[in-house]
Design a protein around this ligand. Sequence first.
Ligand SMILES: [Ca+2]
Ligand SMILES: [Ca+2]
Ligand SMILES: [Zn+2]
Length: 306
Amino acid sequence: MRGTEVFVSMSKAGLRRVAVTAALAVLTLGLGVDSGAQGGPLPASCVPGTADPNCAPALVNEVIDPPWTLPNLVPDVENVSIKPLKWDPESFTFVSGPPQLFFDTLAQNLGSVALELTADDPRNLATSPVSQCVVWVTEHVCRERTTVGGFAWHDSHGHYHFEGFASYSLRKVRRDGSPNYSKRGLVSMSDKVSFCLMDTGQVEFSFPGFLLRYYTLCTPAIQGISAGWMDVYGDTLEGQQLPLNGASDGRYALIIDMDNDGRLHEADDTDNVVVATIEISNGGTEVAIVGKQYPMAGADAKRKSS
Ligand SMILES: [Ca+2]
Ligand SMILES: [Ca+2]
Ligand SMILES: [Zn+2]
């Protein structure tokens, strides 16, 4: 079975769960690869909606118009708290430690198509390039994929993650309330944040017509976030914390920068940074979000490339 070979490196515990989705994943992969390989880019003379055999895959009438073929990641942050806990990689649990800021990250897809990632070589997940679907024929039928990065095994989560998905930082704020981006303004910063993408919740104001939860499990061969859905990384997950490094009571900026390496293709890259102003109080034991903004939203300027 092709399906079982694909998942030989999975843990035993994950096998039963994965077996159910293996068939689905392979089916979807097959559809995507086949339509992409046969179809290729549309010739310039191709008129969408016409029955020209040289123009589009036989299965479909037309490709979704270009602006609608890319997803749009928009981050949000919620549920902040301060706990004297740190992750212990030996016991795979949180143990007592210096106070850290805990928070939930929401990876929302506010685009009109899914953000879908597939492993090019599902037999060698650790080294396989990962591709994103960038041209959709219809919902869940991919026409064209492009390489965007790689997966890495995540020990404490027990599954494969897409690498370099986001970065988190905690900064002091200036008098006017804006984040202090100088070296001295930095309180703490995450290592490169990696994620396993899946649909964990619907965005409140999501569009009608995208009601189905499609990426229901974090499988290594195919991961994604459907249009109008989001992936929520709860504060109980390892990685959803930032050290306070002795920060005293007052206001700080918690900054979530999604796709900070600029690898993923999106309809809009200027809404990928959310700055939550947080207020620490009661001797560094309590915290609340007091404001949020997307400082680059609608900006004409290109996103930083570093
Ligand atoms: Ca975006
Ligand atoms: Ca991007
Ligand atoms: Zn994970």
